[in-house]
Design a protein around this ligand. Structure first.
Ligand code: AOF
Ligand code: ZN
Length: 371
């Protein structure tokens, strides 16, 4: 975008903040924010609603009513132009009489991808594109990856001591990080479509994998457990509560119906990851399957073997690393398994985005460095 006024920047930043509200609630759709501005005042605000619909523009236009005529719409993603489950937002913007649209970036969905912008221009609406494009793409990175690379965004969450240990040798791990960090970890869950763990962690920690924060209970994501060898006991919470909380179990092919029945009867959806002949392509197969189901944001919560398998496959996009001011020592359990690197050049490298103090702990957030 050639010339963005400070006013344009302010409104688009607000549209992005609105969009953020939908993270973890809108898959398979992207989360979008829209603000309709008339004579320097916001007359309608909207963001993508849970489940992905209504779209942000519909919401904002509904609130603006007649005030949208001649107004500017700030939208954090190109408006849709296709007849999907809802009519095109470009039609709604045109019918409402919006005069100008400021859009941050193009929608990668092949049904839209430039056509939304073209439709608006064809209707005589002034369109500017590119304001905060990078931020907007980053916000919907999971949706972009789903559309362009057939996999969701994968974020690895770790809670360790200063020396990277997740438990004592005895297995004791409650609690390494403090209350504020644990509350933040639940908030992190609420912003994802699924939480993924390996069977080892499911057995050791008995995690419930829900978002236990007041007001966010209904935002608990899909539970996903990787269990190639069907080690998960039938009485485990992940099985026994599968009727209340959607749970997916990925296993290797070749198990008998009798072996799978107790899981399926409990309400677990069992997926035999068909293409896996050995363990190495398991991570990729799992993510492809999750992408096909429309998932865009997956949080990986360990353990070490599972985290390392995804890391080795180059599939960890982000790290959310909670670090407690405590030293456990080399006899503690490491958050990572062996990587067998022969040279530092092979080490996965991340770029730190920010650092936040949570009580006595730190939250370090990293993004994988582009190869
Ligand atoms: C918008 N505003 O808030 C969102 C959009 O299945 P449908 O009909 O909901 O269409 C889904 C597609 O719409 C999705 O793949 C993406 O291209 C776009 N999402 N578009 O104008 C929104 N969430
Ligand atoms: Zn739309």
């Amino acid at each position: 975008m050639a010339k963005a006024s400070s006013e344009d920047r302010l409104w688009m930043a607000s549209a992005l903040a609105l969009a953020r509200r939908g993270l973890g609630r809108v898959a398979p759709n992207p989360t979008v924010g829209c603000i309709i501005v008339a004579e320097g005042r916001a007359v309608g605000r909207g963001w993508t609603q849970p489940g992905g619909r209504p779209h942000a523009e519909t919401e904002a236009l509904h609130r603006a009513g007649e005030a949208a005529r001649g107004a500017t719409a700030y939208i954090s993603l190109e408006p849709c132009s296709h007849h999907g489950k809802t009519p095109p937002c470009t039609d709604a913007l045109t019918a409402a009489g919006v005069a100008r649209c400021v859009i941050s970036c193009e929608d990668p969905d092949p049904r839209v991808s430039g056509r939304g912008i073209a439709a608006l221009r064809a209707a005589g609406i002034e369109v500017e594109i590119g304001l905060f494009a990078e931020e907007a793409q980053e916000l919907n990175r999971g949706f972009f990856l789903n559309k362009l690379a057939s996999r969701p965004l994968l974020t690895l969450k770790l809670a360790t001591s200063l020396d990277g240990r997740i438990a004592l040798a005895s297995g004791e791990s409650k609690w390494i990080t403090g209350e504020a960090a644990r509350a933040r970890a639940h908030l992190l869950r609420a912003g994802h479509d699924a939480i993924l763990v390996g069977a080892g962690t499911a057995l050791a920690d008995d995690p419930r994998l829900d978002a236990r924060l007041p007001g966010l209970e209904d935002r608990s994501p899909l539970r996903v457990v990787l269990d190639r060898r069907l080690r998960l006991p039938h009485g485990h919470d992940l099985v026994s509560r599968a009727r209340d909380r959607a749970t997916l179990l990925f296993t290797a092919p070749g198990h008998s119906d009798e072996e799978l029945a107790p899981y399926r009867d409990g309400g677990v959806e069992v997926v035999e990851a068909a293409s896996t002949t050995d363990e190495s392509d398991f991570p990729e197969t799992v993510l492809q399957h999750l992408a096909q189901r429309g998932l865009t944001r997956v949080l990986l919560e360990g353990g070490a073997q599972t985290a390392t398998a995804f890391l080795q496959a180059g599939l960890v996009d982000r790290l959310e690393w909670f670090r407690a001011p405590m030293v456990i020592g080399a006899d503690g359990l490491s958050g990572m398994a062996a990587l067998h690197l022969e040279s530092l050049l092979q080490a996965p490298i991340f770029q730190r985005e920010d650092l936040e103090q949570l009580g006595a702990d730190l939250l370090e957030r990293y993004r994988r460095e582009a190869a």
